[in-house]
Design a protein around this ligand. Sequence first.
Ligand code: FDA
Length: 299
Amino acid sequence: MYLFNKLVIFFLPLIPKFIVRMVSKRYVAGPVLEDGIRVVKELNSKGICATMDVLGESVKKLEECEESIQEYFKVLDRIHEDQLDCNISVKLTQLGLLIDKEQCYQNIKRIVEKADKMKIFVRIDMEDSSVTDDTIDIFLRLHKKYKRTGIVLQAYLRRSLNDLKKLSKQKINFRLCKGIYIEPRSIAFKDPAIINYNFALLMDVAFKAGCYVGIATHDEKVVWHGLQLIHQYKLKRDEYEFQMLLGVDEELRDILVASGHRLRVYVPFGKRWYAYCVRRLRENPKIALYVIKAMFGLR
Ligand code: FDA
């Protein structure tokens, strides 16, 4: 795996942009808002809800944040006008978290205020562990006033159980995922089986506490645990949801929808699609393996 990772990182800059676009088409709606809206409408017509993400992260200058804020405003307007079954997902480093935490809070607050007026939910994505504390702080400040906000917890982080215990007092709405960033063993579980156990444990604690969980995974073993807990706690359809990334395991997605579960697909779009794809692959070359397997219909 080490060698494979090194090879992916080495060859990445040599792959022509049009090939990256061809492969990423399945996972990224396209470069402009209309692409995202088209994909969301297609999903909605199949009874699947969505969350839209304007691609971008880790901005280096505060002036760059305004562009993302304006793009999110346009997304909110379209969701509202077209009555889409869709919310939005936002990364705080796209809104300046790495430069000025207070300014980042003011930026996300503008988006949340507008969304709240339109009764649209805002999910704050979770990024790497260097920003976990700040992301939770900002979420808690927002959540005091705006209840249509949620956060993400990562099952691979050793700290997540403690974070959940704190957050669950407010019966929060959170997305639970495994976690995508490469983290040191001191703070993140490395064994895939332990990550799955922790995922199941976190779901259990959350459901017991009355939280709404967005079960974000394509791993059928984790989905099974989720279904088992939904059954055990006799949860109604509107007390949880499954979430999946655009273009990943549509067969499992359709099975869940046909069984009557609410399912939300994460729809990224935006002109920064290339930087996003390259960065994701650099950070976690394992994704390249998933993409290659999916291209050849392997699981
Ligand atoms: P696992 O990694 O075991 O994958 C199971 C199978 O799914 C793979 O074998 C492969 O076939 C397929 N697969 C998974 N990911 C794929 C991909 N990217 N491309 C192609 N095939 C793929 N992470 C994070 O740190 N912060 C966040 O805010 C979010 N947000 C988020 C939203 C939603 C809706 C989802 C589904 C996921 C995230 N993630 C995330 C990513 C998450 O942490 C995790 O990295 C991926 O979901 C992969 O983990 P699985 O649970 O699917 O298991």
